[in-house]
Design a protein around this ligand. Structure first.
Ligand code: RNT
Ligand code: ZN
Length: 412
């Protein structure tokens, strides 16, 4: 018996089918966020990152234009097993004639569609409601009618771009709306901005687009830097809005209070929504957007997706941006960790565990859950990498170092 056959037999003793798990993992496309590659800078050159988010660090080699960003994405993807999606922001439009954000059209993203076709990727999209002169105050909830109009037009434009992605690639595109709107100090009126946000969203979503191509979604948040006291798009606001308006409510793992677990929210949302959208991130003391690691919460999220049979209903996107380390290594580490967590979850005897819970046999449940942690998971991960022709273990890292030496270190 080869080592892998022994491992399969070992899992078999627990009633786990390893090949089935490997096949299930191969079917999961994870949306890799383009903005890790350039610290959320984008191609507009209109000033610094705003909106209460921050990328800290200045590790050399960040992508300075579309060509470099695409090359870096390709390098990262070559070290990540399986087929995936790429998550874009409106601030990454390509071409010499890119208009302001309210006037963006699908054609300003056609170079990305060509790239996605060539790399066998799906695409997702995000309107960019920050890092822009008209986003210095509120955006979709602005009391200034011309500012609010501008952002409504941007929201509408972004849905058409996402629809174009879905149509062109035959893989539906998520269009995710996140706005930074909020106040640093205690507001005098919490209702007004939320009423305006609701009215703006109603306009943004009014146009009927092909639901097979674009999936609409809104992303909630608890607070931002400089926006500590009040967030217009809070979780209650968006959860209620999404439920009533047939859009999705995206859960970003960094957008809740520190002891609140996103994993626990997953089954509840799945009971009421046909699909689930995630931004998987790692908050350290705040929404710091650290690279995701193979930690308890990541595994718990993956377990919920597997147990709830929700892998094909979930749009898993990553959302972190660490500017203090090699950005390609950040992508590869995060993507591979998301996949590792899913594989780990796919290799658990969930039916047996659930039965023990139903029977009230909590002692055996604890014993078995603990034992599962020591099954030879790493060998199955290695097999997955080999089957997908990517370097196993940390063998990928030397490729990144080589790329850093020959390409990244030459960038000013
Ligand atoms: C911000 C949100 C949002 C952004 C990206 C760049 O807190 O998480 O999703 O991180 O859109
Ligand atoms: Zn997010």
């Amino acid at each position: 018996m080869t080592r892998f056959e022994t491992v399969k037999a070992h899992y078999g003793d627990y009633g786990v089918d390893v090949d089935k798990a490997l096949n299930a993992l191969a079917g999961v496309r994870i949306s890799m966020h383009c903005w890790q590659g350039d610290d959320v800078t984008g191609f507009e050159n209109k000033g610094s990152l705003s909106g209460g988010i921050a990328a800290t660090g200045n590790y050399p080699g960040k992508a300075r234009n579309a060509e470099e960003l695409m090359a870096d994405i390709k390098k990262a993807l070559s070290l990540i097993p399986g087929k995936h999606k790429l998550n874009l922001h409106a601030s990454y439009a390509i071409g010499g004639d890119v208009p302001d954000r309210d006037k963006l059209e699908p054609k300003h993203f056609s170079a990305w569609v060509d790239f996605a076709r060539a790399e066998d990727l799906g695409l997702d999209f995000n309107p960019t409601f920050f890092s822009h002169p008209r986003a210095e105050g509120l955006t979709l909830s602005s009391p200034d009618e011309s500012v609010r109009r501008f952002w409504i037009e941007h929201g509408k434009a972004s849905r058409r771009i996402a629809e174009y992605f879905g149509k062109a690639l035959g893989i539906s595109a998520l269009n995710n709306i996140w706005i930074p709107d909020g106040y640093k100090d205690i507001p005098a009126d919490r209702l007004g901005p939320r009423a305006r946000l609701r009215a703006s969203l109603d306009e943004v979503f009014a146009e009927k687009l092909d639901p097979a191509c674009v999936i609409d979604c809104v992303e909630s948040k608890v607070f931002g830097i400089g926006l500590e006291s009040y967030t217009v798009g809070s979780h209650e606001f968006y959860l209620a809005y999404a439920a009533k308006n047939n859009v999705l409510c995206l859960l970003d793992t960094g957008h809740f209070h520190p002891t609140e677990m996103v994993s626990d929210k997953i089954p509840s949302l799945l009971l009421f929504f046909g699909r689930l959208a995630l931004h998987v991130s790692r908050p350290v003391r705040w929404d710091s957007d650290h690279v995701i690691i193979f930690d308890e919460e990541l595994k718990e999220i993956a377990k919920e997706l597997v147990r709830c049979n929700a892998l094909d209903k979930t749009l898993i996107g990553l959302d972190f941006f660490d500017a203090s380390i090699n950005r390609i290594a950040a992508w590869v580490t995060g993507m591979r960790n998301m996949q590792k967590a899913l594989l780990y979850a796919l290799l658990m005897p969930h039916e047996k565990l659930a039965r023990l819970q139903e029977e009230g046999n909590f002692t055996e449940l604890l014993v078995l859950m603990e034992e599962c942690k020591f099954l030879p998971f790493a060998d199955v991960w290695e097999e997955f990498c080999v089957r997908n022709n990517v370097p196993p273990r940390d063998a990928w890292f030397k490729t990144v170092l080589e790329y850093e030496k020959t390409i990244l270190s030459k960038r000013a």
